[in-house]
Design a protein around this ligand. Structure first.
Ligand code: NAD
Length: 468
C-alpha cells in the first residue's frame, strides 16, 4: 500500500519517506511520504490561490463538497478504521467509532453557517457585523485521535470559506493521508491539502506570512512554541492543549456506578485522551470501595492487537510516550505510591498494564502532571472544599467530572471547578454544537459550536451613514 501527500489537487510523493511504526508490535509496518520545506511552500501557495474562489462559493456552494466528503468517509469507514488500528493502536470497534464521529462532525458542520448580525439599523445608519474567512488555515494534529480532532478543524475551517492544510503527527500520518486521497476526488485543487513532516515543518507553517490561522491540538509546551512563532505575523490561532482533569466523587455516590464510568473515561484509548480523567478524588468513607472497584476493572482489561475483537485496551501510541509513562510509574513508586494493580510493561509493543495507584502525596508527579497513559492516581479527601482546591491547583483547566447521587448538588459544585468543561454524572460527551476549549494553560480559543466557526473568521464591521 503506498500513500501520497495531497498538494495543489495532486497526490504526490514526498521529498523523502518516514517509517511508520505499529505500536502493537513496535515494528515498522509502512512508509509515509515526508514533505520538505519546498513542498510546504507549494502547499501554502496553492492554498492561497484557491482561497478566493472557495470563499466566493458561499455557504450554499461549499456545503455539497463537505457532504460528499462525509459520504465518501462513510464508504471508506472500514479502511480508515483499520489503518487507525495499525498506526494508533487500540480496539477496532473504537477506531470505527472514531471514524464515524469524525464523519458525523463534518456532516454537522456542512450544514452550519454564520449569519451577519445587524447591530443597528435606523433611518440614519446601518451597522452590521459581518463574517469573512481568514484565509489559509493550518491544522497541526496530535497522534491520539487523528480523525475526530481533525474533523473539528476540517468542518469549521472549510464551511466558513478558508482553505486548509493538514499536518498530522509524524507517528500517525496514514489515516490523514487516506482522508487526503478522498478529498482529492472532491475538493478543488488547493482547498484541502496534506503534509507529513518529522516534527520539522512546524516553525515554517506557524510563522509563514501567507498562513492566516494556526489551529493546533497538542501538548502545552508545543502550544507555547506555536504561539511564539505565530507572534511574528500576528496570526490568528486556536490552541487545544493538555489537561490534568480531576474526577471528584461525592460522598453520596454509588462507588461501583462511579467507578464504572470513571474507569471507562480514564482508560479509553489507554488513557491517551486530552480530557480523560487523569486523577480521582474520593471521600474517605468511599475511598477503598472506589479504588478497589477501579482496580478490579483495570485488572480485567484485555490488552492486545486492536484487530482481535477480544481486545479492550491497546498500547501507548509511540515509544516516547511509552517511556514517559514508565517514568511516571517509576516516580510514583519512588514517591510512596501503592499500585493496587498494573503498571508493568507487557507484550512486544508499547503496552503497559492499566494501573490504579493510591497513597501518593498531592505533590507527586503523577498527580501534578499530565501522564497521558493508563496509570490513574486515586487521592483520598476528608473535606470537599480541600478536594476542590486540589482539583483547581493546577496550571491546566481542560475538563473535569463530578460523580454524585444528587445531580443538583453536583451542578452547584460544578461552578467552582476552573475548567473549560465540567461534566456532572457523565463524561466524554462532546456534542458538535457545543463549544469546547481549555481554561488556563489548556488552551486559547474554542472549537465546535458556533464559536468554533467564529474562531476561524474575521469580523469586519460595516458602518454606513444612510442619511445626512
Ligand atoms: P505534541 O505537542 O508533541 O505534537 C503535536 C503536533 O505538533 C504534532 O503534529 C507535531 O509534529 C507538531 N509540532 C512539533 N513541534 C512543533 C513546532 N515547533 N511547531 C508547530 N508544531 C509542532 O503533542 P502530542 O504528543 O502529539 O499529543 C499529546 C498532547 O496533546 C497531550 O498533551 C494532550 O493532552 C494534547 N491534546 C489536547 C487536545 C485538546 O483538544 N485540548 C486533544 C488531544 C490531545
Amino acid at each position: 500500500m503506498s500513500y501520497h501527500l495531497l498538494i495543489d489537487g495532486r497526490l504526490v510523493e514526498g521529498a523523502s519517506t518516514l517509517d511508520v511504526i505499529d505500536p502493537t508490535r513496535a515494528t515498522v509496518f509502512a512508509q509515509s511520504p515526508r514533505a520538505d520545506a519546498a513542498q510546504a511552500e507549494q502547499a501554502i501557495a496553492a492554498a492561497k490561490r484557491a482561497q478566493r474562489d472557495w470563499a466566493t462559493l458561499g455557504y450554499d456552494g461549499r456545503r455539497p463538497y463537505l457532504e460528499r466528503m462525509a459520504e465518501a468517509m462513510t464508504a471508506h469507514r472500514d479502511r480508515i478504521a483499520e489503518t487507525l488500528t495499525r498506526e494508533r493502536g487500540g480496539p477496532i470497534a473504537d477506531c470505527r467509532v472514531e471514524v464515524e464521529r469524525a464523519t458525523a462532525a463534518i456532516r454537522h458542520f456542512a450544514g452550519q453557517r454564520l449569519e451577519d448580525r445587524v447591530v443597528r439599523e435606523t433611518a440614519q445608519e446601518l451597522i452590521v457585523e459581518q463574517r469573512y474567512p481568514q484565509g489559509v488555515v493550518v491544522a497541526i494534529m496530535p497522534w491520539n485521535r487523528p480523525m475526530t480532532l481533525l474533523a473539528f478543524k476540517f468542518g469549521p475551517a472549510l464551511i466558513t470559506g478558508n482553505t486548509l492544510i493538514v499536518k498530522p503527527a509524524p507517528s500517525t500520518p496514514l489515516s490523514t493521508l487516506l482522508l487526503g486521497e478522498i478529498a482529492a476526488e472532491i475538493f478543488p485543487p488547493g482547498v484541502v491539502q496534506t503534509l507529513v513532516d518529522a516534527n520539522d515543518l512546524g516553525t515554517l507553517l506557524t510563522s509563514h506570512r501567507d498562513v492566516a490561522h494556526v489551529s493546533f491540538t497538542g501538548s502545552t509546551p508545543t502550544g507555547k512554541k506555536v504561539l511564539g512563532a505565530a507572534a511574528g505575523t500576528l496570526k490568528r490561532f486556536t490552541l487545544e492543549l493538555g489537561g490534568n482533569d480531576a474526577a471528584i466523587v461525592l460522598d453520596d455516590a454509588d462507588p461501583e456506578w462511579a467507578a464504572d464510568r470513571i474507569f471507562a473515561s480514564a482508560m479509553i484509548n489507554a488513557g491517551q485522551v486530552c480530557y480523560a480523567a487523569k486523577r480521582v478524588y474520593a471521600p474517605r468513607r468511599l475511598f477503598h470501595a472506589v479504588a478497589g472497584a477501579l482496580a478490579r476493572r483495570a485488572a480485567a482489561a484485555v490488552l492486545g492487537d486492536g484487530l482481535d475483537p477480544a481486545t479492550t485496551m491497546g498500547p501507548l501510541q509511540n515509544r516516547m510516550q511509552y517511556e514517559k509513562v514508565l517514568e511516571f510509574i517509576a516516580s510514583a513508586r519512588a514517591e510512596g505510591g501503592t499500585f493496587l494493580t498494573g503498571g508493568e510493561p507487557t507484550g512486544q509493543g508499547y503496552f503497559i498494564r492499566p494501573a490504579i495507584v493510591t497513597g501518593l502525596p498531592d505533590s507527586a508527579r503523577l498527580v501534578r502532571e499530565e501522564q497521558f497513559g493508563p496509570v490513574l492516581p486515586v487521592q483520598v479527601y476528608d473535606d470537599l472544599d480541600e478536594a476542590i482546591l486540589q482539583a483547581n491547583d493546577t496550571e491546566y483547566g481542560l475538563g473535569g467530572t463530578i460523580w454524585t447521587g444528587d445531580v443538583r448538588r453536583g451542578i452547584a459544585i460544578a461552578g467552582r471547578i476552573e475548567t473549560g468543561t465540567i461534566w456532572v454524572n457523565q463524561h466524554m460527551s462532546l456534542p458538535f454544537d457545543v463549544p469546547f476549549g481549555g481554561a488556563k494553560q489548556s488552551g486559547v480559543g474554542l472549537q465546535n459550536g458556533i464559536e468554533g466557526l467564529e474562531d476561524v473568521t474575521q469580523l469586519p464591521v460595516l458602518n454606513a451613514r444612510l442619511a445626512a
